[in-house]
Write a protein that binds this ligand. Structure first.
Ligand code: DLL
Length: 435
């Protein structure tokens, strides 16, 4: 289903005309209202008047996370604080968090985009939505919440954590949709089963999962555990929060970028050159309407590619491929580049393993090493022939990692439920090189 028929199916020519108009406006706004952009455009020798076509955007400089940090907390705001009605911040693993603000209109736009996302997942006002994204500085909870209300659905503001209580609400209130990170969905399913709850026969029929990378294999696992349709939602605080792009239930092949609000590019992360459709690189977004903190050519570090092919759902927005990971999370194991989500895909496809794993990266001399710790299922673990069975599994994992990814890893099988579980974003990689 399509929420905003007029805009979501706009012919490309009209869409691009709208983008150009909005882009020219936002460039003028940041140039006159944000000291940082005045300086950075001047340094690059461009002014807003230099943008005559969408293609001219490539002459403008990028904005990076470091720029946000350097201007912490409010240095990139384009409106006075009296016009800001909400602040969010992303925690970030290193350094200062990045702070973002919203005007009343920004919040309204965001809610509208989330309503689009929910409708793309076939959610209507008749649904009850269990929202287990964290409420607070994280954008997930409130972002989804406002979208659900805008649509007129009934939203349960669960937030993250307190899993037993979540399971009680899931049984008692009978929500039809759930929103959380994919790793938390699996955690809920597992704890529910352990408590004797038949997690497949709850009232749930659809899940909106994002905020961390996940593989298609993980999708199958979640759909099976909860007997639902699992949909992928993408976003980042700097650009808005969840709802920058979303899969459609008709195709589920890539996430439609809401291009009337965000201009998307894929660049070569080394050279900064814009890449043609289909090529893999780093996602770069420019906000087209944001009032509080407009960002020009923001480098996400997220790795994806763009697909301009028409989609059977009727939306004209281009699709981005599911994000495999961030360029800074990419592991280089003896020269082979690999994302944790690719390792996940290999592990989840092997019978006898739980979808719970951890990757330990270390360095011996100048070489990176990888240890994969993964839980085995209860039945494998309890097998009378335990040692033989586990050795065989271990060999199979080593072989599949080599065959599919070309990497050599040490494998350590661990007991069921022995690895930590997440209540929000999972932390799958322990990088001992940084310690
Ligand atoms: O995670 C916003 C969000 C909330 C998205 C709820 C979806 C659902 P941040 O905390 O700023 O914002 O983290 C943004 O998370 O740059 C990606 O690296 C990653 N990410 C978000 N969605 C996906 C996804 C929220 N569907 C960072 N697949 C982004 C892969 C994702 N990675």
């Amino acid at each position: 289903m399509i929420h905003d028929e007029e805009y979501e199916t706009l012919p490309r020519e009209a869409l691009e005309a709208l983008q150009l108009k909005r882009l020219q406006q936002v460039l003028r706004r940041v140039y006159s209202n944000v000291g940082f952009y005045k300086k950075s455009f001047d340094k690059a020798g461009v002014t807003p008047d230099d943008l005559k076509t969408l293609d001219d955007l490539k002459r403008f400089p990028f904005t990076t996370k470091q720029d946000l940090r350097d201007n912490y907390p409010f240095g990139l705001f384009a409106v006075p604080m009296s016009n800001i009605v909400r602040l969010h911040a992303s925690s970030g693993t290193t350094g200062r968090s990045t702070v973002v603000g919203y005007t009343k209109r920004d919040i309204d736009t965001w809610a509208g985009l989330l309503a689009r996302c929910l409708v793309a997942a076939d959610i209507t006002k008749n649904d009850i939505i269990h929202n287990a994204y964290g409420y607070g500085l994280f954008t997930g909870g409130l972002g989804l919440h406002y979208g659900a209300e805008k649509l007129g659905a009934s939203v349960i503001p669960m937030s993250g954590g307190n899993t037993k209580r979540q399971l009680m609400i899931l049984q008692d209130f009978g929500p039809t949709a759930i929103c959380c990170t994919p790793s938390y969905a699996l955690n809920l399913a597992e704890q529910g089963r352990a408590m004797g709850i038949d997690m497949r026969s709850l009232n749930l029929r659809v899940g909106i999962f994002g905020a961390e990378p996940w593989s298609n294999e993980m999708r199958d696992e979640i759909e099976d555990a909860l007997n639902i349709k699992a949909m992928n939602i993408y976003g980042l605080s700097e650009i808005m929060g969840p709802g920058v792009s979303m899969e459609c239930s008709e195709a589920r092949e890539g996430l439609h970028v809401f291009e009337d609000y965000f201009l998307v590019e894929i660049i070569n992360p080394e050279t900064g050159a814009v890449l043609p459709p289909g090529e893999r690189g780093e996602l770069v977004f420019t906000t087209l309407t944001k009032e509080a903190v407009p960002l020009i050519r923001y480098r996400t570090r997220d790795v994806s590619s763009l697909n301009p092919a028409p989609c059977r759902c009727g939306r004209t927005f281009h699709r981005m491929d599911r994000v495999m990971g961030r360029s800074d999370d990419m592991l280089i194991i003896r020269g082979v580049n690999v994302f944790p989500s690719q390792i996940e895909a290999v592990l989840v496809a092997i019978e006898g393993l739980e979808p719970h794993y951890q990757l330990i990266v270390d360095r011996e001399g100048t070489l990176d090493t990888l240890e994969v710790q993964v839980e085995v299922t209860e039945s494998q673990f309890a097998n009378a022939d335990q040692v033989k069975v586990l050795q065989k599994l271990e060999r199979l994992i080593v072989k599949d990692m080599k065959d599919y990814l070309g990497i050599t890893a040490k494998v350590k099988l661990v007991e069921p439920r022995s690895l930590g579980r997440s209540e929000g974003k999972a932390n799958r990689v322990i990088d001992k090189r940084k310690i």
